[in-house]
Design a binder for this molecule. Sequence first.
Ligand code: GDP
Ligand code: MG
Length: 301
Amino acid sequence: MTESPATRCGFVAVLGAPNVGKSTLVNLIVGSKVSIVSPKVQTTRNRIRGIFIKDSVQVVFVDTPGIFEPKRKLDRAMVSAAWQGAGDADAIVLLVDSVKGVDDETARIVTRLQERNMKVIGVINKIDLVAKPALLKIAEKMTASGCFSEIFMISAQTGDGVGDLVDTLTGLMPESPWLYPEDEIADTPLKVWAAEITREQLYLQLHQELPYAATVETESLTEKGNTSIEINQVIYVERPGHKGIVLGAKGSRIKLIGSRARAELEKLLERRVHLMLFVKVRKNWAEDPELFKSWDLDPNA
Ligand code: GDP
Ligand code: MG
């Protein structure tokens, strides 16, 4: 009789400035398993982006939302939680956009990591867009910072180099039972999950103007036969002025958010999606202490 190998499981925090390709990379690695995880196990501290399973190893990718400069109380709590989340991780990956190199935002993240003595795996992404000598320059600069234990060059778009990165990450996971049994991973209340997708697009489009001051709730989700799904969602904002920001001129913003979210939903659900978005004002929810509690955040951060 052969003994089955001990299971291993751990968290990988994916850091990087906006648009470096974090989502693209995680989506590529975890495939359709992205975000399909029961929200009951999610906290803001470790927002789960996806789970990768290979043989006896489970790798849980977590988002560290908003490492950008916090302004309001809630933002500060979020950022503080994000850094704690990174500290709890078994591996930290910092993505760098090879077109931009080590820009100010990335340099700031590196500084914070150095302050915390965190060793990081550097990943230079979008190598399909940049010539080799320029890539080597970026790698040199990263090596000089002393912050990186290893540096990979990848294209999250083409998949180039991603296999080696995944092997390394898998190798770093500690011996541990799986935190998310395979059959639980697909067990998602679709409504919550669909709201997350829209919320992500909302942040992508608006995070500078409207950091965290919006939530999304799915009011209804109706399957129309086997071929399409109708989803109605409400975006709640804090102030009447925010409503205009979300809508944009002649509704252009909300249209864009809606079409991006719909495309994402269609990709993940493999079905046509009719997405209806409404914007409503719900006052001061972002200062509500109950909310901090329900998100596992420290209101005094
Ligand atoms: P995030 O904000 O860090 O999550 O970045 P995203 O994953 O949303 O990617 C931002 C943009 O960069 C998207 O338009 C991606 O398609 C694009 N992108 C990501 N990775 C690559 C890559 O390796 N090559 C190219 N050419 N584009 C990429
Ligand atoms: Mg993203």
